[in-house]
Structure formats: structure tokens, C-alpha cells
Design a protein around this ligand. Structure first.
Ligand SMILES: Cc1cc2nc3c(=O)[nH]c(=O)nc-3n(C[C@H](O)[C@H](O)[C@H](O)COP(=O)(O)OP(=O)(O)OC[C@H]3O[C@@H](n4cnc5c(N)ncnc54)[C@H](O)[C@@H]3O)c2cc1C
Length: 253
């Protein structure tokens, strides 16, 4: 009888084989691992990791394309600059919403992230028939104290005025969205105008969320300057300034 060289021989160095071999070794077994091609198997070479990398790359490209702050597009025609990223954003939102087949539509900015439990909050809210939609409290990604003050002030403003900005994850019953005729193609203030109409046709909720939104715009342009621009645009909108002028002053073009 030949000498026993190994306690365990694992055939195949994929995800399962690697874990088995490592575990066997950890228990003190003399272990051999035999792989006919490349260590790592499907997960490493064609499955989990490549697919997640492709998804992450596509998501990043999508975020860049969708971002209202970066005028970048990855269309086949390789257009790098869009005539108006704002209008593109609006159009893509409208197109997506028009295709939506679910009972509820959630509008999520490319720079915003959902946190655990937000779908459940929507579900609980819309179980009450009188509610047609709403939005969420927001946390900004920046760490400075300024952002905490801004969050509190913003939440208060949204709660009191029932004005829901796009970065607060506006959600609405699909039926109500269709009834409203969707978003209007405006040069600016699409979300504000939309939320005002939403409030006029039914009850809305301001849910705890929180949704996490990027503070990049504030970081890039300076917090106070950005805050001033937002205030100015909101006041101008309320006073009925032409939207083209507001947009020009807000975006500088
Ligand atoms: C696109 C895609 C995405 C995926 N995403 C995920 C994910 O996100 N999360 C997740 O959990 N799973 C995911 N999976 C599934 C995951 O890849 C597999 O469940 C996992 O790789 C299976 O591992 P395994 O070790 O059992 O088999 P395999 O990875 O197939 O490994 C088997 C290994 O055995 C070798 N072998 C075969 N015969 C012999 C032999 N006679 N002698 C020596 N070596 C041999 C092969 O060369 C191979 O390396 C995904 C799969 C795909 C296709």
C-alpha cells in the first residue's frame, strides 16, 4: 500500500474548492488542491467578480451621464458635451417614468443613495390610501457641521412648505403620476414644480429616510455660495421670474 501523502485532496480550485482546502488546512489536515485551469474558477474569472466590475463600471458611467453637474455623455455618437445636462436629466427621468410598470415610482438622483428600510417606509406610507407620495429626510455626505445645519434647515423647509427636491427621493403612486401628466419639461425647478402639483392632488408624506445625497456641489462651489444660489433661485421662482433667467443665473449658462 502506497504511503499516505495527503489527508484530503480537493479537486477544482473554484470558490468551493478554495474554501474547502483552506478550511481543511486550518483543521490541520494535510491538503492538496488540484486545479486543471485557473485557480479561482468561475467566480473569479467569468462570474461574480467580472460581472460586478462591469456593473460598477456601467453604474459609474451612468452616474456621470446622469449627473446634473457633469456635462458628460457616453452616447454612441461620443458626444462629450450635452447642450443642456439639465434638460437631458429631465428627459431621461421622464422617459424612465413613462416606462415604469410598478405601482410606485421612486425618483433617485445619480448622486443619492438609499439607506436600509426606505422601501418599507414607502410601503407603510402608501398602505394608507389617502397618501399619494412624498419624499425623505436627507443627509449630506459631507462631514462638516455646516452640512448638519443645512440638513436640519432643509428638512424643516421641505416639511413646512411641502416642497420636495429631487435629491430627497421623491416617490409617487404610478397612477397619480400618470394623472398629473408626469414632469414638465422646464429649464429648472422641475422637481419643485412637480412636488407642488403632487401636493395639490393628494396627501404627501415626509418620511424619515434618510436618503444620503452628495455634498459635492457645495464642496466644489463653496457651501455659502451654493446655499445663496439655491435661496436666490427659490425666491426668484416664487416671485415668478422667467425660468430661463433663473437657470442662467443658477448654472451660469
Ligand atoms: C455572471 C455570473 C455572476 C455570478 N455572480 C455571483 C455572485 O455575485 N455571488 C455568488 O455567490 N455567485 C455568483 N455566481 C455564481 C458563482 O460564480 C458560482 O456559484 C461559483 O463560482 C461556483 O463555485 P465552484 O467552486 O463551486 O465552481 P467553479 O467556480 O466552476 O470552480 C470549479 C473549478 O474546478 C475546476 N475543475 C473542473 N474539473 C476539474 C478536474 N477534473 N480537475 C481539476 N480541476 C477541475 C475548474 O477549472 C474550476 O476552476 C455568478 C455566476 C455567473 C456566471
Amino acid at each position: 500500500m502506497p504511503d499516505k501523502k495527503f489527508d484530503i485532496i480537493v479537486i477544482g480550485g473554484g470558490a468551493a474548492g478554495l474554501v474547502a482546502a483552506v478550511a481543511a488546512g486550518a483543521f490541520g489536515a494535510k491538503t492538496a488542491l488540484i486545479e486543471k485551469e485557473k485557480l479561482g474558477g468561475e467566480c473569479s474569472w467569468t462570474g461574480c467578480i467580472p460581472s460586478k466590475t462591469l456593473l460598477a463600471a456601467a453604474e459609474t458611467a451612468h452616474k456621470i451621464q446622469q449627473s446634473p453637474w457633469l456635462e458628460c455623455s457616453f452616447s454612441k455618437e461620443s458626444k462629450n458635451l450635452l447642450e443642456s445636462s439639465v434638460m437631458e436629466h429631465v428627459r431621461s427621468t421622464v422617459v424612465s417614468a413613462a416606462k415604469a410598470k410598478g405601482d410606485v415610482i421612486l425618483f433617485l438622483h445619480a448622486d443619492s443613495l438609499l439607506t436600509a428600510g426606505m422601501f418599507e417606509q414607502i410601503e407603510l406610507c402608501l398602505k394608507q390610501n389617502e397618501y399619494i407620495g412624498g419624499a425623505f429626510k436627507m443627509k449630506l455626505s459631507g462631514e462638516q457641521i455646516f452640512y448638519r445645519i443645512l440638513e436640519a434647515g432643509g428638512d424643516l423647509y421641505c416639511r413646512l412648505t411641502k416642497t420636495y427636491f429631487g435629491d430627497r427621493g421623491i416617490f409617487i403612486r404610478t397612477s397619480a403620476f400618470r394623472q398629473m401628466g408626469g414632469f414638465k419639461e422646464l429649464p429648472i425647478m422641475t422637481d419643485v414644480e412637480f412636488s407642488r402639483r403632487m401636493v395639490s392632488i393628494g396627501k404627501t408624506a415626509f418620511l424619515p429616510g434618510p436618503i444620503i445625497s452628495s455634498s459635492r456641489k457645495f464642496d466644489d462651489e463653496g457651501p455659502l455660495h451654493t446655499l445663496y444660489k439655491i435661496f436666490w433661485a427659490l425666491v426668484a421662482y416664487r416671485l415668478g421670474y422667467p425660468l430661463e433667467i433663473i437657470r442662467e443665473k443658477y448654472y451660469g449658462r
